[in-house]
Design a protein around this ligand. Structure first.
Ligand SMILES: Cc1cc2nc3c(=O)[nH]c(=O)nc-3n(C[C@H](O)[C@H](O)[C@H](O)COP(=O)(O)OP(=O)(O)OC[C@H]3O[C@@H](n4cnc5c(N)ncnc54)[C@H](O)[C@@H]3O)c2cc1C
Length: 618
């Protein structure tokens, strides 16, 4: 019963969401009008001899006989790609079209389509544009065949795992898609030693996962069935390879470091078609770049081996919403929470979110690892007592805190916080957090993130921080994702995170702030009322203004590449800090011709925005 109470509390929260739940009416994407980032040069005419990828209709596009050669190598895993809503074009009342509408809020349904993107677009940034052909790879040999074919025929390549890229980097019009979904084997290892590391590295418990796995596949195998812990992502349907390559955070990262820190080895197909093993002893530079240097950039990962940890006995949560009656009381509430956080929660146990909302309320949706129910409740009691007893505040969502045995956290069956994939034949391991539902297929108006340094929590700085949070919330609700800033993590987690390509600022930040909004799915071909473009643009500008308020206290903040602004003008510095030069030289070594090019990817500054034209050589 108690577990049920906790989970119901958690279910009521947007526990893992990065978008506020304010989602407007369904609407189609608007025209592109915003100016691209300075880091990504605006398209200009290429100089003579400049590399151009080929498109269907170009004389150099592979002939039917040439595509047949690829089919000979990969068999029926070469697929023609149709947009998600293609069945509705020809037969709007047909069963296939109805099936798409019925399932479009199921992230596993979207992930099962080669054209599926988990975000339905971003205002003035990108619109889902499926590839022409896809190789639904079964193993590294299929991937190598696709890479060799693309290189030989000068094709634009897209690589997709779970399809969760906010920046739209796993879809590209007129491209060949390398789709990893079918590579989903999982094997637990008691004493893994990376290839070539015998005698250099001690054996360690680990899990090897195919690049097409989602995190819930991994949690089911490692935690639910084997009683161990692996550091992955929060959203269950996110793909393993995309998340590891962006650094990656889950609810409990504050205790274990970013997800990339747990990578022990990767099997990767590079642009030359070679299948390589990357680890600390073999291809160590490539290995480092794969740990947070960005997906779709250095090659195609086919397998990952990740460290596992002993499972903490308990996972738990704290939840509720408190609304202030006046602006002054709200600023006081923010300060009071910052004091409480600094004194009681700034440690490896606590992660997830606090939302400073525009309606003068503070929403608590935090989770913890390692504390019992009694410890959790005792910890929060003083803050809850203060908030419930003061006449300046109203509790608008019941306040609560609890914990239960960690092993059942990711169970799907009987878990009121999870929505199971109920399609016939779906894996019983597949489900998603109820709190993530609003994000599925969302269309983004705007999105930005920045790390706030822990130095802002010094007693002398807290009033300034509280004022900045209050000022930002006048424009837009502000999400503090406390598990995505690693200050107060254990020293070992910090050390391992510093050995990844992620901006080291993450280790000095107590939180990643995310400010974002959007509306219900707006996939091309989907029926819906027209979008209120003016309102959508107003929303985007409000996000910019809210972020600007926080930049006053964190003037040069880093930003998490997977959850960041499409229009960020200094993405190299923001995502990677001082690591960019090193990443660039690894890119030039392993992919000198830029076969793998994505928006805001290392080396993408040499390419036109559509990734088809090389504008300059490094
Ligand atoms: C709803 C939602 C929830 C999210 N929740 C979290 C979260 O809790 N924590 C967090 O840290 N992030 C989160 N993210 C961000 C997410 O981690 C990144 O977008 C991640 O890159 C997604 O990986 P994917 O395989 O699902 O996506 P994809 O879109 O398939 O891939 C993302 C990028 O990685 C590349 N890529 C994918 N597979 C491979 C491969 N095998 N080899 C080489 N490149 C590859 C793609 O080309 C693309 O550039 C979330 C995103 C969304 C949309």
């Amino acid at each position: 019963m108690r577990r049920r109470t906790l989970l119901q509390g958690v279910a009521a929260l947007p526990l893992l969401t990065t978008l506020p739940t304010k989602l407007l009416a369904q609407a189609p994407p608007g025209p592109a009008t915003r100016v691209p980032a300075a880091g990504v040069p605006a398209a200009r005419a290429p100089a003579a001899g400049v590399l151009r990828r080929v498109r269907p209709g170009d004389a150099a596009w592979p002939s039917a006989a040439e595509w047949q050669q690829l089919r000979a190598a990969v068999g029926d895993r070469l697929l023609a790609v149709r947009p998600l809503f293609a069945p509705c074009e020809s037969a709007p009342d047909g069963a296939e079209c109805q099936d798409v509408y019925h399932n479009i809020r199921n992230p596993f349904f979207i992930g099962d389509s080669p054209a599926g993107t988990q975000v339905s677009g971003w205002l003035d940034a990108w619109t889902p544009s499926p590839s022409v052909w896809a190789v639904k790879a079964r193993d590294a040999a299929d991937v190598a065949a696709a890479v060799n074919f693309a290189r030989t025929h000068n094709l634009r390549v897209a690589v997709k795992g779970g399809g969760h890229s906010y920046l739209g980097t796993s879809n590209a019009a007129d491209s060949l898609l390398i789709w990893t979904r079918a590579m989903n084997a999982i094997a637990l290892e008691d004493a893994f030693v990376p290839q070539g590391c015998a005698g250099k590295l001690a054996p360690t418990p680990a899990v090897s996962v195919g690049a097409g796995c989602t995190w819930i596949d991994v949690y089911s195998a490692v935690t639910t069935r084997a009683g161990r812990y692996v550091q992955g992502g929060g959203c269950t349907s996110v793909g393993v390879a995309g998340l590891i390559q962006s650094g990656g955070f889950g609810s409990f990262s504050k205790g274990f470091g970013n997800a990339a820190a747990g990578l022990l080895e990767a099997e990767v197909v590079t642009a030359d078609g070679r299948v390589r093993i990357a680890n600390a002893c073999s291809e160590p530079e490539l290995f480092w770049a794969l740990k947070g240097g960005g997906g779709g950039t250095f090659g195609v990962i086919t397998r990952l081996t990740l460290r596992t940890h002993p499972l903490p006995q308990f996972f738990g949560a704290a939840w509720g919403t408190v609304r202030a009656k006046t602006d002054a009381a709200f600023e006081q509430l923010i300060t009071r929470f910052l004091n409480f956080y600094s004194g009681s929660l700034a440690n490896p146990h606590w992660g997830e979110q606090i939302t400073v909302q525009s309606d003068n309320s503070l929403k608590i949706s935090m989770v913890q690892q390692g504390l019992s129910r009694e410890e959790t409740r005792a910890l929060w009691k003083p803050f809850f007592d203060w908030a419930s007893s003061s006449s300046d505040y109203t509790v608008t969502d019941e306040l609560g805190a609890s914990a239960h045995e960690a092993q059942s956290w990711w169970e799907i069956k009987g878990n009121p916080s999870m929505i199971a994939d109920s399609r016939p034949g779906a894996s019983p391991d597949h489900g998603w957090w109820e709190g993530d539902q609003d994000q599925v297929g969302a269309f983004l108006h705007g999105y930005d993130s920045l790390w706030l340094p822990a130095s802002l929590l010094k007693e002398s700085e807290r009033p300034r921080l509280a004022q900045a949070l209050f000022a930002a919330s006048r424009h837009k609700s502000v999400g503090l994702h406390i598990n995505k800033g690693l200050a107060f993590a254990p020293a070992e987690a910090i050390r391992a995170t510093l050995d990844t390509a992620m901006n080291p600022a993450v280790t000095e930040a107590f939180t990643l702030v995310i400010i974002a909004d959007g509306e219900r799915p707006s996939y091309p071909g989907m029926k819906r009322p027209p979008m209120d473009l003016e309102a959508a643009h107003r929303d985007a500008r409000a996000i910019d203004r809210a972020t600007a308020e926080l930049r006053k206290v964190a003037p040069q903040p880093g930003s998490y590449l997977s959850e960041s602004n499409y229009f960020n003008e200094s993405w190299q510095q923001a995502y990677f800090g001082g690591h960019y030069r090193r990443l660039r030289s690894i890119k030039d070594k392993y992919d000198p011709e830029g076969l793998f090019t994505v928006h805001h990817g290392v080396g993408s500054e040499d390419w036109s925005a559509d990734g088809f034209t090389r504008l300059r050589h490094a």
